[in-house]
Design a protein around this ligand. Structure first.
Ligand code: 4GX
Length: 251
């Protein structure tokens, strides 16, 4: 069980992405709990203003500190140890390891900024960490928060069936996945690799491992620096590198 409290100016954005499929079922089964809060509800006055112009001039608007800090303090009241995360392109780049660490917390608070960002004093007062989901700019933190909820939730026990458990997929050992095939055996003249219907499970396992290493070497050689490779994996990689000399770009 993990709880997410999301602070946003656009709670409606979260409805179907967090209600369909795997996450919807996980919520029904109380394996994850998600609560949405509109930051505007914490802004005072008839106009409930949440943003203002930046000191020092320049264009754009900045989110005012009071509504945000009030909202964060409100959701932290019942669990003071909740981890407060600000979504921002200035944050630490999200990784598989980072996602697994986040899944250890019982309670995450995801703060979604809009406009040019949030008043710096919000960070200083109440933010525990700042996360970026990638080096590109979104219109707001909402999609980034949904990415975190999705990636963290599938690490929670019971959320995925054990058939496709999280420790079996790409990145858990630092490699890309091997190619997958299903019926038909022959699609437009493209046949599946014979080994997969050989019934030899040891050979199948070896083939898949080799294809994982091949793909990682061809597409994401940077990942190999940190991948968990056995002595046999290293031999396979050396083999692939030598083969690569003669048939570059075939796969
Ligand atoms: N990974 N954005 C946040 C406004 C903002 C800026 C600074 C707080 C501080 C993004 C990303 C992202 C755009 C969300 C700017 N809020 N978030 N927003 N990339 O680009 O997480």
């Amino acid at each position: 069980m993990i709880r997410f409290d999301v602070l946003t100016l656009f709670p409606g954005m979260f409805n179907s992405p967090l209600s369909e499929s795997v996450l919807g079922k996980a919520r029904d089964k109380k394996q994850i709990e998600i609560a949405l809060h509109n930051i505007r509800d914490f802004a005072p006055g008839r106009h409930r203003v949440v943003d203002d112009t930046p000191y020092g001039g320049g264009g754009g608007m900045v989110m005012k500190p009071e509504p945000l800090v009030r909202a964060i303090e409100f959701v932290k009241k019942p669990s003071p140890s909740a981890r407060v995360i600000l979504m921002s392109p200035q944050g630490v780049l999200l990784s598989a390891g980072h996602v697994r660490r986040l899944a250890q917390y019982p309670h995450l608070v995801l703060v979604c900024g809009r406009y040019e960002g949030v008043d710096e004093r919000v960070r200083l007062e109440v933010v525990d960490e700042e996360i970026s989901i990638g080096d590109y700019v979104l219109t707001g933190g909402e999609l980034a928060a949904m990415v975190i909820i999705d990636a963290v939730s599938r690490q929670i026990r019971g959320v995925l069936g054990h058939e496709n458990a999280a420790h079996e997929d790409s990145f858990s050992d630092g490699l890309l996945e091997y190619p997958h095939y299903t019926k038909p055996r022959n699609f437009r003249g493209l046949r599946i690799p014979e080994v997969l219907i050989s019934g030899n499970h040891r050979e199948i396992k070896r083939w898949r491992r080799k294809e994982s290493i091949r793909r990682t070497w061809l597409r994401r050689p940077d990942l190999l620096e940190r991948a968990a490779l056995s002595d046999e994996d290293c031999k396979t990689l050396d083999e692939l590198k030598r083969e690569g000399e003669s048939c570059r770009g075939v796969v």
